[in-house]
Ligand binder design. Structure first.
Ligand code: SF4
Length: 327
């Protein structure tokens, strides 16, 4: 992904993040490159433990240290090289230039503050609004996410799960960040509420021309929300491209496996084809292609040599020896 674009909001280059644990070094993210352009949504998809959340935390410099260590890499967010900023500067970046929606709204909200105060606080810190203006804007934000503004005086425990997640979205959107990172934002919600919240997020994103990284293991959400998709396995991107291209002309055996293990309404197979085996332990990654122990096309060479991420068609990348050889 060497190409540069004029409208890049985020560029991640050669990011490597390890966790030093009692069991050894967990290689969570390895030499990862990623670009997000203005107004685009990039889906980061992969199984649990593939490095998606660590990538997101790195962008906001929130990887816990210790045990996390950024071993290498450069992250340019909204024109700023974030690894060169002070902690004080980073506090301003978070919320103003980029925000994150976490999986569980209960842990993201303060149970002792009203929801209105939580939104207003963000606006006072980042936008410098006075009390009256921040309260008025907080009510406006609640309205935008479909919550009656008069409920601003209520506490998180008075809201349902879906409403709480909408409050989290309102906080994340309050300062109109250039980049929103949504980490499994609907996993903790009922299916019907999930669909509603995703629809609203998409609408809000389109209205503000914001960019987004959508982290999920759910390909249905990727199909609904994203323009581009990066498939991540054992801390490395193994396929990347425009959504339609990756879904229609899937190149990597792992992406093929993910798609085959998803059920569709019109499916007549009567069974799923899950990918054999499990994600390798980050403390003990296999040599060569990290996917070889689970890949039905694996050869002896795959066990020895790590494939490069190569552009197989314009804008469509795959990390597989078959792709390298044009097979
Ligand atoms: Fe499978 Fe080999 Fe390609 Fe890895 S490099 S995905 S093991 S065929």
């Amino acid at each position: 992904m060497d190409k540069h674009y004029d409208d890049e909001v985020l560029r991640v280059e050669d990011l490597t993040v390890y966790y030093e644990t009692a069991e050894g070094t967990a290689k969570a993210v390895n030499n990862l490159d990623l670009v997000v352009r203005k107004g685009k949504t990039v889906g980061l998809v992969g199984e649990t433990g593939s490095g998606k959340t660590t990538t997101a935390l790195s962008i906001l410099r929130l990887v816990p240290d210790p045990p996390g260590v950024i071993k290498s890499g450069k992250i340019i967010l909204d024109g700023m090289d974030i690894f060169t900023l002070t902690e004080g500067e980073m506090d301003m970046v978070r919320g103003y230039h980029a925000s994150m929606i976490f999986q569980d709204p209960m842990t993201a909200l303060n149970p002792l503050m009203t929801v209105g105060d939580q939104i207003a606080e963000t606006l006072r810190i980042h936008e410098g609004l006075n009390k009256a203006d921040s309260v008025a804007k907080a009510q406006e934000m609640l309205k935008i996410v479909g919550i009656p503004p008069e409920r601003a005086k209520e506490y998180p425990h008075q809201f349902s799960g879906g409403m709480k997640q909408r409050v989290v979205i309102a906080i994340a959107l309050a300062c109109s960040p250039k980049l929103m990172i949504a980490d499994e934002p609907t996993t903790a919600l009922d299916v019907t509420i999930q669909a509603q919240v995703l629809r609203e997020m998409k609408q809000l994103k389109e209205n503000s021309d914001m960019s987004m990284i959508m982290i999920t293991h759910d390909l249905g959400i990727i199909a609904q929300m994203c323009d581009e998709v990066a498939v991540i396995y054992a801390g490395r991107i193994i396929e990347y491209g425009e959504l339609r291209e990756v879904f229609k002309d899937t190149k990597h055996p792992y992406t093929q496996g993910l798609l085959h293990s998803t059920i569709k309404v019109q499916d007549r197979r009567g069974h799923l084809d899950p990918i054999d085996g499990t994600v390798p332990s980050l403390n003990k990654l296999p040599e060569g292609c990290r996917f070889h122990p689970r890949c039905k096309y694996a050869t002896e060479e795959c066990k020895r040599r790590m494939p490069e991420l190569i552009e197989i068609e314009p804008g469509h990348y795959s990390r597989c020896l078959m792709a390298e050889k044009g097979e």
